[in-house]
Design a protein around this ligand. Structure first.
Ligand SMILES: *[C@@H]1O[C@H](CO)[C@@H](O)[C@H](O)[C@H]1NC(C)=O
Ligand SMILES: *[C@@H]1O[C@H](CO)[C@@H](O)[C@H](O)[C@H]1NC(C)=O
Length: 122
């Protein structure tokens, strides 16, 4: 009986560690915030976007849903590379604690929902 209790505890501990390892960071740690700058670019209001990773693990190859995204202001592709329906952030390079910023201009704000990333914890 004692042995089976120990086995049960070992199994529970294993699952706790295992699941924590996998849930330490996720796409939910990517926070996209934006603010209206008050300027206009070709008649459209300009918005500043900040993309931050709130997790201590780096997230690289971060892709955002860019379906329908439009901007009258050119965006530096090394920060946000718009390619069809998907935008690649930071040229695929790891996003650490430091946020990346860009601005765009359009009539309505765009949500830039994260769709995927590669998470690496040291
Ligand atoms: C928008 O971003 C630019 C460049 O990062 C910065 O210089 C400017 O102060 C920002 N404006 C606002 C209103 O946040
Ligand atoms: C942007 O993406 C295109 C194709 O997806 C690629 O050819 C180009 O090199 C990328 N540009 C940058 C600056 O990452």
């Amino acid at each position: 009986m004692a042995t089976s209790t120990i086995k049960l505890f070992t199994t529970i501990l294993f699952f706790v560690f295992f699941s924590q390892g996998y849930s330490k960071c996720s796409l939910k740690d990517i926070h996209v915030s934006q603010a209206i700058t008050g300027l206009t670019v070709k008649g459209k209001p300009e918005m500043n976007v900040t993309i931050a990773n709130w997790c201590s693990c780096a997230q690289s190859n971060l892709k955002l849903d860019c379906r329908g995204f439009q901007s009258t202001k050119a965006i530096n592709p090394s920060i946000l590379n718009v390619s069809g329906n998907v935008c690649l952030v930071n040229g695929g390079k790891p996003l650490l604690k430091a946020a990346v910023e860009f601005s765009y201009a359009w009539d309505t704000s765009f949500s830039f929902d994260p769709i995927s990333s590669s998470i690496s914890c040291n």
